[in-house]
Design a protein around this ligand. Structure first.
Ligand code: BYC
Length: 336
């Protein structure tokens, strides 16, 4: 049975009360559970339990916010890209991230929340976005490293979401993953050029960027499974298909091989192949840093949110102009 655990309501006094479902609701719930069991996709018009809707809204809106805030650390390097080719690639990538945010806001809107509500939650600091975007981009090698490691981690996490039980989210993810794959490759290619054809100083820049981004990238997958409050229910509902720890391990195993090709060292003395497990062992992640960043106290949280709010305020005239244009078109249509 799915959904039982979250379909309980807490009484004010603390005792739990089972939400009483009407006979019709019980039937709908059973049909929903059977569809999830059978691996069916749920569409926006289908009945769904309130907590399934809430969980999806939480995850999809956070994901959308991550794409939008994720434009900032790379966006500030567009004007400083070393060549025209790299500038064009970076422009396209940052634009893609904006597009991903919009597909995802649209997917979240199908669940009944307006885009304005979601954006208000982001700007007021109530909504989360990925911890990774609260770290600074100090030099050009950071941009390649974001593509290689951050987008690499994102793909690892996002490919299973293409099979998420909520169809509008799954459909959005198929398009997003295709583009993320290009993002990862361009990052790897940019670092490979620096490592193979660059100067010693450029190679040192790459190593320094990898040293700074490696651990925060491992944190992107979320807390360990036994400390992840949302995982069990998310997995039972088919929202999450693969656990945080499994994805993290897969990312480590894939990345070790790529690091060898690049000729960089991953900054973890405990990273080594474990013959028995057929996987790499790796060092202990500093989860206190992760929770600090998630709570708003990372190196760049305030700057990112401040920039985001400023971009929104500065863009007000564009939104007004677009609305005025749409109204004009509508009046013309009605008059024709
Ligand atoms: N950062 O119970 P858990 C990108 C929160 S963007 C911040 O495991 P869940 C890209 C979590 O929300 C990549 N918070 O949660 C863009 C929860 O708090 P709430 C973004 C995190 O949902 C531009 C609490 O910790 N990708 O690709 O089962 C340029 C407990 O966690 C993080 C997505 O959003 C974190 N890293 O699993 C380049 C993918 N991790 O909500 C690249 C979609 C956990 O209860 N999201 N928390 O207050 C997911 O797959 C899942 O939501 C997560 C977390 C795996 C992230």
């Amino acid at each position: 049975m799915y959904t039982q655990a979250m379909d309980t309501m807490a009484r004010e006094g603390g005792a739990k009360l089972e939400k009483v479902l009407s006979a019709d609701e019980q039937q709908l719930q059973q049909r929903f559970d059977a569809r999830i069991d059978a691996g069916d996709f749920i569409e926006a018009k289908d009945w769904m339990p309130d907590n399934y809707r809430k969980t999806l809204l939480r995850q999809i809106s956070q994901h959308a916010h991550s794409e939008i805030v994720g434009m900032l650390p790379e966006g500030n390097w567009i004007g400083r890209a070393p060549t025209l080719k790299r500038k064009a690639i970076l422009l396209a990538k940052v634009q893609d991230e904006g597009g991903h945010g919009l597909y995802l806001y649209a997917a979240a809107e199908t669940l009944g929340t307006s885009r304005d509500q979601m954006i208000d939650a982001l700007h007021s600091g109530k909504a989360k976005y990925s911890s990774i975007f609260n770290y600074p981009t100090l030099n050009w090698a950071d941009i390649g490293t974001i593509g290689w490691l951050v987008d690499g981690a994102a793909i690892m996490n996002q490919v299973p979401i293409c099979r998420c039980s909520y169809a509008p989210y799954a459909r959005a993810m198929i398009r997003i993953c295709r583009e993320e794959s290009f993002h990862q490759r361009q990052g790897f290619d940019s670092l490979l050029v620096m490592m193979r054809d660059g100067t010693d100083a450029q190679r040192a820049m790459v190593q320094d960027a990898v040293n700074r981004w490696w651990w925060p990238c491992l944190m992107m997958f979320g807390p360990p499974d036994d400390q992840s409050p949302n995982s069990a229910q998310g997995m039972r509902w088919g929202i999450k298909r693969v656990s945080n720890d499994t994805l993290r391990q897969k990312f480590v195993d894939a990345t070790v091989e790529q690091a060898k090709v690049l000729g960089v060292t991953l900054p973890d003395p405990d990273l080594k192949w474990n013959e028995e497990r057929g996987q790499h062992d790796f060092g202990v992640i500093d989860w206190s840093e992760f929770w600090r960043v998630v709570a708003g106290d990372g190196p760049n949280n305030r700057e990112r949110l401040g920039m985001r709010v400023k971009a929104w305020d500065d863009g007000e005239w564009v939104r007004e102009a677009a609305l005025a244009h749409a109204r004009k078109q509508q009046t013309k249509l009605e008059a024709a």
